[in-house]
Ligand binder design. Structure first.
Ligand code: GDP
Length: 458
């Protein structure tokens, strides 16, 4: 088994501990390890390249928060991007249409198509029964009447195999008519499903050993006739790199709507999920985790991301650290406020944080005793551009002026306005805003939080 990425990056970054922002050289050293980890997790090479190219600009210049090492920071950035690339959240099956809704199952022979058909049919017909709600969210929240039909006339035993699975799972299958061709079976299946009031019709198509044109055309014709709401590409997680070419071929030819990744139970690495998603742009919707027909699960991008990176705790560790930092900063600020020392540098920090968080609530949540002011300030419109201008104004001040804004008189205001590309009145406005905040904070200190609120209310 390969080493976790966290250990590898730990080694790379041990000597860099304590630096401010991630430099280009740090990031490149880290991304070399990321690249190896992804390849070891069986992610296809072009996908690895794409991933590294996308994550690099995100990591360079990123601030390393205090309580974590640069290696952990990179892992957090890599992990977040990985989750995003895997689709972010669980993708449900889309079964919202006039019944019977058709699900077309396609894929290579042996990929687990027939087994997956039966698993999905079983789960749909069971509904939420016997299943933790979080396991299956929207897709399986109601019981559905499901019919299965095998269109595989190539392999003599295929239709029979589905029939047996149907009997085991208690899901009806379309009666077998010997020598009937795939399109004719499709037509009969559609008619039967309509006539007998089925909600969902699952069509299991013929497998193929490799992409061959004749079979591709057959499945395309079936798709034209059946107009499936979902076309699920079934792929074996163990086949890794090969699966990617197959996925691409199917996706080019058919409107694939989702991927079912099978044998995830046998592949601890999870790289195929990323490859499949990246190459097709289609979400992995379900994963097969065993041979039994209840061994089907929704696909959780965050879980697979942890698996690919060979870590588990690092991400939550970094998240906790980020929270700690926020708390540390807030406490420091509170101490300054108590001493009446909230200066322009503090305001600058706050403006930056505000911009990062994209809202006022974060800032006000950190200021002690400012609940009332929060309501008042959220009414004032603060847009991104304004925040940037205010930052520029503060940056145009000398360090001395920032510590003590009382020093800023008319001529200095003009210089600051010029230096930051704003009008003098904008400088005035910012100074007043700071003065008001300071006044308010002093009042909070004097009256205590409760008294301050009373004074606002009264
Ligand atoms: P098809 O040719 O694509 O229809 O493939 P099958 O459905 O016949 O599956 C081929 C083999 O893979 C069977 O022995 C299945 O039991 C097995 N299989 C399918 N899905 C999974 C899975 O998620 N995990 C494991 N361990 N085996 C699976």
């Amino acid at each position: 088994m390969f080493e976790g990425l966290s250990k590898r990056l730990g080694d790379v970054f041990d000597k860099l501990r304590g630096r401010g922002a991630l430099s280009e050289a740090d990031v490149d050293a880290a991304l070399r390890e990321v690249r190896t980890a992804l390849l070891e997790a069986d992610v296809a090479l072009p996908v690895v390249r794409q991933f590294v190219d996308e994550v690099r600009p995100k990591a360079i210049g990123a601030d390393v928060i205090r309580s974590v090492t640069p290696g952990q920071m990179v892992i957090k950035i890599v992990n977040d991007h990985l989750v995003e690339m895997l689709g972010g959240t669980v993708a449900d099956l889309d079964l919202g249409a006039i019944p019977p809704v058709v699900i077309l199952m396609v894929g290579l022979q042996g990929s687990g198509k027939t087994t997956s058909s039966a698993k999905i049919a079983y789960r749909l017909s069971q509904g939420p029964q016997g299943m933790a709600a979080e396991m299956f969210g929207g897709t399986f929240s109601t019981r559905r009447k499901v019919l299965m039909a095998s269109l595989d006339t190539r392999r003599p035993a295929a239709q029979h195999q589905l029939k047996v699975l149907g009997e085991q799972t208690g899901v009806p299958t379309l009666p077998i008519v010997p020598l009937e061709m795939p399109l004719a079976i499709t037509r009969r299946a559609l008619e039967t499903a309509k006539r007998e009031g089925f909600d969902v019709l699952i069509l299991d198509t013929a497998g193929r050993l490799s992409i061959d044109e004749e079979l591709m055309k057959e499945v395309a014709d079936i798709s034209d006739l059946a107009k499936p709401k979902e076309t699920l590409l079934v792929a074996d997680a163990m086949t890794g790199q090969d699966a990617v070419n197959v996925a691409k071929a199917f996706n080019d030819r058919l409107a694939v709507t989702g991927i079912v990744l099978t044998r995830v139970d046998g592949d601890a690495r999870g790289g195929a999920a990323l490859s499949m998603r990246a190459v097709t742009g289609r979400p992995v919707k379900l994963i097969g985790v065993g041979e039994k027909f209840d061994a089907l699960e929704p696909f959780h991008p965050d879980r697979i991301a942890s698996r690919i990176l060979g870590m588990g705790d690092i991400v939550s560790l970094v998240e906790r650290a980020a929270e700690t930092i926020d708390k540390e900063d807030a406490e420091k600020l509170a101490a300054k406020v108590r001493k009446g020392q909230f200066d322009m540098d503090d305001l600058l920090n706050q403006l930056r944080q505000l911009r990062k968080m994209g809202g006022l609530s974060g800032l006000m949540g950190m200021l002690p005793g400012a609940m009332q002011a929060k309501a008042a300030m959220s009414k004032a419109k603060i847009d991104e551009g304004q925040l940037k201008r205010q930052e520029a104004v503060i940056l145009a001040m000398t360090p001395k002026e920032r510590r003590n804004p009382d020093l800023i008189h008319a001529s200095r205001k003009k210089r600051i306005a010029k230096g930051s590309g704003v009008q003098v009145q904008d400088v005035n406005k910012l100074l007043k805003q700071h003065a008001d905040m300071l006044k308010m904070m002093k009042r909070v200190n004097k009256l205590g939080e409760k008294g301050f609120m009373r004074s606002l209310g009264g």
